[in-house]
Design a protein around this ligand. Structure first.
Ligand code: ZN
Length: 570
């Protein structure tokens, strides 16, 4: 029994495992595990991760391309950001994934119809609604403070009501494993009523993340047997014992047909099961039909991309996709790998889009630039040597801390600036920023010793040249970057009045080469928008203001280029 997509090069990883595995799942006739991604919901629960609506839409697109089955977009009705996401995502054409919204079962002792959370779920417009409810006796009594019977009714009513409104429903059984360990009958009863009310998946959640893989496997098997062969079980694990992926795999081996996780293992506390590793293991080690070979080969770039968007340094030591995952430093290993590449690596790194040599990534960098040149319609204007030169510039800039993965507008500018007739819309002559916090008569009498707030003063002066004219403008701002932005706008407005349409919508800053303390380079990524488009630009420097300036200048230059070209066309 050979799985679809079986790759002969994987044979050393255990054909035996594949056969055994398939046999164990025979009754379900499935060599298929559903991928349910919750990066946009559970992933954003991790400290330090905050995503704008644009970020969420961009990640949604990439997750869809990756081939995941379900994308959980957020908590319905919990905050305006998630509501806006659910509104705007409806315009996004998804090819593989179905969108899910997350929310609680109805409140205790009330009706399902008219319940605000259930209504918010319906209002999200998401085709799949994932209800989270309690399955642990202790949680019901002590945390929810209601009776066991009422909790069961809450699950049944909520599922039935959402089903009656024509939506697909999945049920996340919160604290399932802890609940099962103390009262298995009740935990299973919670699942059973959800299934009977029409939930198409029941997901066993290790909410506290304290259950080890062997136990997860055993309990999943027992729950499956208790529910019967037709029950579709999912698994949702957290990484508190550093075994989230192993636990999810154990659950799959025990019959689970859906895995939930987050890209790069982001998520509450120590994170959720890492979706990247789960996909690689399911596909490459277990021969499961999850996503296509081409999609698996996109894992490395997707992992890096999401890291950039959440403003984290991609971990070089992340299994499968980290820069060091297949690097060989030891002399013996390096020599051995020269004789036989397979000697010290568990898979061919290219299967997940990774590599153990610099050459391949350089080729990939060139490929990206060439593709972008084509997309911009500049292949007639820029030849091979131009492309090589641009790749070289990109590399030099990346060494300084720039990253173009999440700043396409800056990459586009780099490319366009290499064309012979490029016309720079403005040029910065110089800038100066003053930040002051000093004693002023109108703001009390002491240096922050009087308990009153003393606002900081930020003022920027900017000198720009447009054509032959130079303008010198000054502006105060909310902070130094805001002051720079205002001063620059003021200068440009005279020449390009429409520039007031450009809004700064997000600003991210990150140290890119740790270890050198305050002398380290910082990367600034700015998101800007007008009424039609959103774009990102990047700057890097050891000086945060210079980095911000570079990103700001790119943003305006991008907008002016596009806008003036569009105008010329009309
Ligand atoms: Zn969770």
């Amino acid at each position: 029994m050979v799985p679809r997509d079986f790759n002969p090069s994987l044979i050393r990883d255990g054909f035996f495992v594949v056969v055994k595995f398939t046999a164990a799942r025979e009754s379900k006739d499935m060599n298929r595990v559903e991928l349910y991604d919750t990066t946009l919901r559970d992933g954003t629960q991790q400290e330090g991760i905050s995503l704008s609506v644009e970020d969420k839409l961009a990640i949604t697109k990439r997750l869809d391309e990756l081939g995941v089955d379900v994308i959980e977009g957020g908590y319905a009705g919990a905050n305006p950001k998630d509501d806006e996401f659910f509104r705007r995502v409806q315009d996004l054409k998804l090819n593989n994934a179905v969108l899910a919204a997350f929310g609680n079962t109805r409140r205790a002792n009330s009706e399902a119809s008219g319940d605000p959370t259930l209504q918010a779920l319906l209002d999200s417009g998401a085709p799949i609604l994932t209800l989270v409810g309690k399955s642990s006796e202790y949680q019901v009594r002590e945390v929810l403070g209601t009776s066991l019977e009422e909790n069961i009714a809450m699950i049944a009513d909520s599922v039935r009501y959402l089903k009656s409104q024509g939506r697909r429903v999945m049920f996340d059984a919160e604290h399932f494993f802890d609940g099962y360990k103390s009262n298995p009958e009740y935990a299973v009863q919670a699942l059973r009523v959800a299934v009977e009310a029409g939930a198409e998946r029941v997901i066993l959640c290790d909410t506290n993340g304290g259950t080890l893989p062997s136990e997860v496997g055993q309990i999943t098997r027992e729950a499956g047997e208790a529910l019967g062969a037709d029950a579709m079980i999912g698994i949702h694990t957290h990484n508190d014992t550093d075994t989230a992926v192993a636990s999810a795999i154990a659950a799959v081996e025990a019959g689970a047909m859906q895995v939930q996780g987050c890209i790069n293992g982001y998520g509450e506390r120590t994170g959720n099961a890492n979706m990247v590793s789960m996909i690689a293991n399911l596909k490459l080690k277990m021969g499961m039909d999850v996503i296509s070979d081409e999609q698996v080969a996109a894992l490395t770039s997707l992992s890096n991309y999401v890291a950039e968007v959440v403003n984290r340094r991609p971990s070089p030591f992340q299994p499968f996709v980290g820069a060091s995952a297949f690097a060989h430093k030891g002399g013996l290993h390096a020599a051995a790998t020269e004789r036989s590449v397979d000697a010290y690596q568990h898979i061919d790194p290219s299967l997940v889009g990774n590599s153990n040599s610099v050459v391949i990534s350089e080729l990939a960098g060139r490929g990206n630039v060439v593709r972008r040149i084509r997309e911009l319609g500049l292949e007639e204007v820029l030849d091979r040597e131009d492309a090589t030169r641009i790749v070289q510039t990109v590399k030099e800039k990346e060494a300084l801390g720039f990253s173009y993965e999440v700043a396409q507008a800056s990459l586009d500018l780099l490319i366009k600036q290499s064309t012979p007739n490029y016309e720079q819309r403005f040029e910065l002559v110089d800038f100066m920023v003053v930040v002051e916090n000093r004693r002023r008569a109108s703001f009390g009498t002491g240096w922050r010793t009087d308990g009153k707030e003393h606002p900081m003063l930020s003022e920027a002066t900017v000198k720009v040249r447009v054509g032959d004219e130079v303008r010198h403008t000054a502006a105060e701002g909310n902070g130094p970057v805001d002051a720079l932005d205002r001063a620059l706008r003021k200068g440009l407005r005279e020449f390009y009045p429409d520039v007031t349409n450009v809004r700064l919508t997000d600003y991210k800053v990150r140290v890119v080469n740790e270890g050198t303390g305050t002398g380290a380079a910082v990367r600034v990524v700015i998101e800007s928008a007008d009424e039609r488009e959103v774009w990102q630009t990047v700057g890097a420097s050891t000086n945060i203001l210079e980095a911000s300036w570079i990103a700001l200048a790119d943003s305006f230059e991008h907008w002016l280029q596009k806008n003036l070209t569009d105008k010329a066309k009309n």
